[in-house]
Write a protein that binds this ligand. Structure first.
Ligand code: NAP
Ligand code: MG
Length: 400
């Protein structure tokens, strides 16, 4: 066949360890034979980040801003142990995902890949639930203290103009514990815009929930800003796309989510998102089947797998053993990026290719061919055979 043409490149961020091995295999087996692939390549492997003093990560993020679409391989975030493992490291470089998120001012959306032979623990969830977690402020940038004697705590804001605002937090008659939190209007607004953008791109309803009945001012601001963004710039587009924006109290949302069929995006404040994303991920089954998209307020998107570099498998691979590492989330990162590139450049062939790549991957699993991590998750009675990563990719290619 003639290869599918691309007009604009997408940003390709290579990574580390087992996922870097899978990255090459996925391109070789599933993409390059069919797509005349155009990418701007950035090697975010740990040693390349070290050699460039992490400039390559910044460059990759800036290129993503310019080109609008990126696909990223999992990368090592160095810690103490890694500093010993790689003595050539000159610094304990920061998490690339953190750097990229800060530059793109983005929100991460996590969604599971679902299929009939692996049922979530919550039996009525038929479609994926995508969690959007606000990644700035609240408890995560709070100050805390304990006090021993009776007394009064106040909260004071000193403006640059010299104006002051003070509230009494509480008068206590014994030892107490205190916390001061904040968030930024600009960050909440960017979060809201990313959520509306992503809901439109996925044509899925957007839910948002806070505890504004109790935190009337604090959570009330979140609710107000979301409403303002929706009313002023998204309502018409939502109506055209046939999707809704739905605000409800967090307790009500939790109850509704459990009873729902899934198929929507759930936006949450920082702490709520931290807790709920782990719950939803666990109920859907496997980290290896979790995808992630970083979306900035202007609709720029960076696609990746949620899992890490699968270090344990990599060390077996280095010893020459074949591994059964699950490439699904990384394949879906590629298909997501190709579909988005196709949408932005009006290339229906490219969009269709992304869809077919996903369908062929799901069909392979439905035919009972899967990496071994999934075997314990399949429905009782379903006939499945565990294969290594290479065989699994060949089986997808045969269906593609
Ligand atoms: P991990 O790479 O996600 O792997 C943890 C374990 O989960 C694996 O040992 C494996 O279990 C299972 N697993 C995860 N993905 C799998 C897949 N695709 N197929 C089969 N099994 C899979 O987490 P980690 O070991 O904590 O972190 C390793 C490195 O990844 C760290 O250096 C960390 O900094 C980095 N990391 C990067 C990102 C990112 O770039 N977005 C995210 C998280 C972590 P078994 O060994 O039992 O088979
Ligand atoms: Mg968590």
């Amino acid at each position: 066949m003639e290869k599918i043409k691309m007009t604009t490149p997408l940003v390709e961020m290579d990574g580390d360890e087992m996922t870097r091995v899978l990255w090459g295999m996925i391109k070789e087996t599933l993409i390059l034979p069919y797509v005349d692939l155009k990418t701007e390549y950035y090697d975010l492997g740990l040693l390349s980040r070290n050699a460039t003093k992490d400039q390559i990560t910044v460059d990759a993020a800036l290129a993503t801003k310019r080109l609008g679409v990126a696909v990223k391989c999992a990368t090592i975030t160095p810690n103490k142990q890694r500093m010993e493992e790689y003595p050539e490291l000159t610094e304990m470089w920061k998490s690339p995902n953190g750097t990229i998120r800060a530059i793109l001012d983005g929100t991460a959306f996590r969604a599971p890949i679902v299929l009939p032979c692996i049922k979530p623990v919550v039996k009525n969830w038929e479609k994926p639930i995508t969690i959007a977690r606000h990644a700035y402020g609240d408890m995560y940038k709070a100050v805390d203290m304990t006090t021993e004697e009776p007394g009064t705590a106040t909260l004071t804001f000193k403006g640059e103009s010299g104006a002051e605002k003070t509230l009494t937090v509480q008068t206590v008659n014994g030892p107490a514990v205190w916390q001061g939190q904040h968030n930024l209007e600009s960050s909440i607004r960017a979060f809201a815009r990313s959520c509306f953008q992503y809901a439109l791109s996925q044509k899925q309803d957007l839910w948002f929930s806070t505890k504004d009945t109790i935190a009337k001012v604090y959570d009330g601001e979140f609710k107000r800003i979301f409403e303002e963004e929706y009313e002023s710039s998204c309502k018409a587009e939502f109506e055209k796309a046939g999707i809704t924006y739905f605000y409800t109290l967090i307790d009500d949302a939790v109850a509704r989510v459990i009873r729902s069929k899934g198929g929507f995006i759930w936006a949450l404040k920082n702490y709520d998102g931290d807790v709920m994303s782990d719950m939803v991920a666990a109920a859907f089954g496997s980290l290896a089947m979790m995808t992630s998209v970083l979306v900035s307020p202007d609709g720029t998107m960076e696609f990746e797998a949620s899992h890490g570099t699968v270090t344990r498998h990599y060390y077996r691979y280095l010893k020459g053993e074949s591994t059964s590492t699950n490439p699904m989330a990384t394949i879906f990162a590629w298909s997501g990026a190709l579909k988005r590139r196709g949408e932005l450049d009006s290339l229906p062939e490219l969009v269709r290719f992304g869809e077919r790549l996903e369908a062929a991957s799901l069909k392979t699993l439905e035919d009972g061919i899967m990496t071994r991590d999934l075997l314990p998750l399949v429905e009782p009675g379903f006939q499945a055979r565990g294969v290594d990563s290479g065989e699994f990719l060949e089986a997808i290619a045969a269906r593609l």
